[in-house]
Ligand binder design. Sequence first.
Ligand SMILES: *[C@@H]1O[C@H](CO)[C@@H](O)[C@H](O)[C@H]1NC(C)=O
Ligand SMILES: *[C@@H]1O[C@H](CO)[C@@H](O)[C@H](O)[C@H]1NC(C)=O
Ligand SMILES: *[C@@H]1O[C@H](CO)[C@@H](O)[C@H](O)[C@H]1NC(C)=O
Ligand SMILES: *[C@@H]1O[C@H](CO)[C@@H](O)[C@H](O)[C@H]1NC(C)=O
Length: 344
Amino acid sequence: MGSFYMDCNMKILISIILLWFASFALAINTKTLAFGEAYSKLFGHHNIHLSGKDRHVRLLLDRSSGSGFISSDMYQYGLFSASIKLPSDYTAGVVVAFYTSNGDVFEKNHDELDFEFLGNIKGKEWRVQTNIYGNGSTSRGREERYFLPFDPTKEFHRYSILWTNETIMFYIDQTPIREVRRTETMGGDYPSKPMSLYATIWDASNWATSGGKYKVNYKYSPFTSEFRDLSLVGCRVDPIQMLPTSSNNCTVSNSDLMANGLSVMTQEKRKAMHTFRENFMSYSACYDTLRYPEKLPECEIVEAENRWFKENGRLKSRHRRRQKSSRARFHTTVNSSLGQKWVM
Ligand SMILES: *[C@@H]1O[C@H](CO)[C@@H](O)[C@H](O)[C@H]1NC(C)=O
Ligand SMILES: *[C@@H]1O[C@H](CO)[C@@H](O)[C@H](O)[C@H]1NC(C)=O
Ligand SMILES: *[C@@H]1O[C@H](CO)[C@@H](O)[C@H](O)[C@H]1NC(C)=O
Ligand SMILES: *[C@@H]1O[C@H](CO)[C@@H](O)[C@H](O)[C@H]1NC(C)=O
């Protein structure tokens, strides 16, 4: 039994490594932007530091404030992408978010697509959460949480949100980690109004780490998150008139979006996605039958995933142990085979 698990783990491990690295061969073919080309400061101006010809943005959180930036325009469908490095050391209560939203314009029926990075106490891993809201569906959280196959505080990794009129995909580097295909039954829950891109760092002491048990400890501040390779492709839209802005050609931007390799889900990518989810996902609203006795309309129940989750959508402890050893081995293997690049 034990050795069966080993073999199985080892096989999965090797396939993750191969998929993760094979996928690097495909470059994201969108051009990167300087800050002033498409983004503006949003809050905590003194904690936003630009360098490298304005292509490198540092967002700081200290006692005085967090900080954040926003895209200068709103987009109806798009690809939003950045290489991000998270603050290291003790980061409990700290949240770094990279997301699209229109909450400032549509207060009661906003849309949102999130990457949220949840800090942790020293020595414990960061976790990543993805979420989707459409037309004010805030009572129907669609959270998923994952561990990461690398240390996000040591290296930049690329996080991308792809949003078309038919599909939403979250990518980490070149690996899709979540796909939500629009279904008719989702109705307004599928985000479809123009959104802005946001990047922020803030104090979420009341919920981020173990439900608020661990607060931000400013002894370790400032907490610095770094962003570069900013890119943004999409149709710029005036949010009030819901029409393309005059200087914009949406035919071109939409075909850019569709032509971008990221919008296509190949067999290989789907396999990489399932492998990632089996090994790194720790919670999914789709498997949370206590919260959603009737499953959310877009959820596709994957049996291989389903059997590892309890009715509260969290991992069964047996699988948690298996994931943990798989992760530990992933890190060690990667470390020894690739030198410093992926060192934990
Ligand atoms: C999405 O857009 C494409 C091209 O603009 C169109 O052909 C297709 O019908 C749209 N799909 C939906 C669900 O609106
Ligand atoms: C979105 O919400 C508004 C206001 O609640 C409602 O009038 C509209 O029909 C909704 N749109 C969709 C597509 O469900
Ligand atoms: C948008 O670009 C396409 C392709 O270059 C072109 O055929 C079309 O006329 C343009 N539309 C506008 C409104 O400029
Ligand atoms: C990773 O490799 C370095 C040297 O290449 C070594 O010092 C370190 O202990 C290794 N870390 C792990 C977790 O194996």
